[in-house]
Design a binder for this molecule. Structure first.
Ligand SMILES: *Cc1c(COP(=O)(O)O)cnc(C)c1O
Length: 380
């Protein structure tokens, strides 16, 4: 507990720090059959669809569970059991997770992997698709949250569409902040969740599915609860969720969307996160920290930093010290290098980021850590 007794600020990419209005929306109980709740579900679906300019082409299908449940539901429903073949583009842990769930669902899988600091390119995708005409679908992680790298979605989407293949996008950590236009970037499914850039609480995901494609997907699913077609068809018929909805999460997401729109929507969200990211990186560099990624491929969502070279550094003690000062950091997710991550998303601004940088500086002093620059990395 910090001295003030306040909750620490979450510098993690979901769950993240939510506004008081979003938290307050959860102080009511709702009946899942009640028309008032189903009106909230309908409004949330419509507002989410508008964020990607998907009206008329795509439908928003919400799904209970964390984001991965929706990714699994999308693959399971859109990639046919017979004849389906999914190429997963990997440069981090979320790409690996998508490949694993595809395999576990019994779908034919190919992977293309680049290093964690190298974006997949449209040329890579074109080459893979030209070499294997049996590939029917491609899956891309837009912002790979395990490092914070941004993959070039518009170019890759064009390469996939030109070859008549279908695209599934895990846009979990980019949706709402990085612009995505369903009318300009062709995709069959784009997946995101409540507890990321829209700044709701965690607990539900949603898939924007191309309506003409989803209509053909009855019977594809090899899972009862993760059948996106059935979830959609039931909701269209009854206005209700197929199984118990996360009612508090839905109404809080509605409140978060209200604030999102009032604040200026996607451009405003991107501007705030960019300011957060720049404030963070400038402050950390001043102390001697080095970001893992080149600035030109860094999304303003989460930043991976090399751990200090100082032998006194250990993540756990550093984490605890920073937490005592009111900020929750995120461990690194790289296998070869010692790193840690700092999220730039949530109901926070550059003011909080400056305080976070100060908390890091004080924590290093408390721990007697002086050699910050990683020994193996050239000064940027
Ligand atoms: C958060 C996230 C997910 C979903 O992870 P959960 O732990 O299931 O919420 C999937 N992909 C990406 C890129 C993410 O950032």
């Amino acid at each position: 507990m910090t001295y003030s007794g306040r909750d620490p600020i979450l510098l993690t990419p979901g769950p993240l720090t939510t506004s008081l209005a979003t938290k307050a929306a959860m102080l009511r109980d709702w009946g899942s059959w009640d028309a008032s709740f189903n009106a909230v579900t309908a409004r949330v679906r419509a507002r989410l669809t508008a964020v990607v300019n998907g009206e008329g082409t795509h439908v928003c299908v919400p799904m209970q569970g964390s984001g991965t449940f929706s990714v699994e539901a999308a693959v399971n429903t859109l990639v046919p059991r017979a004849g389906g073949h999914l190429l997963v583009l990997i440069n981090g842990a979320y790409g690996k997770r998508l490949a694993r769930l595809t395999e576990m669902m019994g779908r034919k899988l190919s992977v293309f992997e680049t290093a964690e600091d190298v974006p997949t390119t449209a040329a890579d995708v074109a080459r893979k698709l030209d070499a294997d005409p049996s590939i029917t679908h491609v899956a891309l992680i837009h912002c790979e949250t395990s490092t914070g790298i941004l993959n070039p979605l518009p170019e890759i989407a064009e390469a996939v569409a030109q070859r008549g293949r279908r695209l599934i996008i895990d846009a979990m950590s980019s949706f709402g902040a990085i612009p995505i236009d369903a009318k300009a970037v062709p995709f069959d499914a784009l997946i995101a969740a409540s507890g990321k850039c829209i700044e709701g609480p965690p607990g539900m995901g949603f898939v924007f599915a191309r309506k003409s494609v989803l209509e053909q997907c009855a019977g594809n699913s090899s899972s009862l609860s993760l059948d996106l077609y059935d979830q959609w068809a039931y909701m269209e018929k009854t206005t209700q969720w197929r199984y118990t909805p996360p009612t508090h999460v839905v109404v809080a997401l509605d409140a978060a969307l209200e604030q999102y729109l009032a604040a200026g929507g996607q451009p405003a969200r991107l501007a705030r996160y960019t300011a957060n990211c720049e404030t963070l990186i400038a402050g950390m560099k001043e102390m001697g920290f080095r970001p893992f990624l080149d600035a030109r491929i860094q999304a303003p969502i989460i930043v991976t930093f090399h751990a200090p070279a100082d032998p006194r550094y250990a993540f756990k003690a550093f984490y605890d010290k920073v937490r005592d000062k009111g900020f929750i950091l995120y461990p690194g997710k790289l296998t070869q290098l010692e790193t840690f991550r700092v999220g730039c998303i949530g109901a926070i601004g550059p003011y909080e980021m400056r305080h976070a940088v100060n908390a890091v500086r004080d924590a290093l002093a408390d721990l007697g850590i002086r050699q910050i620059a990683p020994a193996t990395v050239k000064a940027a």
